[in-house]
Ligand binder design. Sequence first.
Ligand code: S6P
Ligand code: ZN
Length: 187
Amino acid sequence: MADIVVPSVKFSGIELTGPAIDRLSRQLGDLEDIFNDKQALQALPADTTVYEVASYFPVPDGTTAGLFFGITYIHPGKVGDEYFMTKGHFHKLRDRGEIYICIEGEGMLILMDEQRQTHAEKMYPGSIHYINGHIAHRTANTGNTVLSFSAVWPSDAGHDYDTISTEGFSKILVDQNGTPALVDNQP
Ligand code: S6P
Ligand code: ZN
């Protein structure tokens, strides 16, 4: 290997560019179990894109002592009074943490511990969020423009989506007269 290396994965504006970037996109049709207002959901096209994630996986999934990096882009929008948001997950290895850094837009990071205590942190350009292990995390776009944020997490963390898919978060983020409010989840 050369003594001096120029990395080929980099930010370009708000895009992640370079070889072997993994890209995924989630549509409303993939997110039926996370929004409460099923009537409002059915009134929207199932192929509406809610968020996209570009990730850099420098080592295989499950590698101990490595790190992954990704950028999530959540489009503006609502299903009923709930903001467009990510599925949300615990890490499969519960004691693995994560760092989020907001790049642009405005939003909320919703955090729930294993006792189902939930609170939220406001996301704004430059805000840094430390997510301890054992904490489920979900992000919502509360603005009128794309919310994007970068994330760094351990490469052996894995994702447990099933717990959130079946039990949900104990609180949801809704638009109350133009203001985001965290309210009890009553599905
Ligand atoms: C990975 C990290 C993010 C999310 C992304 C989408 O640990 O927390 O890259 O994967 O924001 O959210 P979700 O809940 O659909 O994975
Ligand atoms: Zn995570």
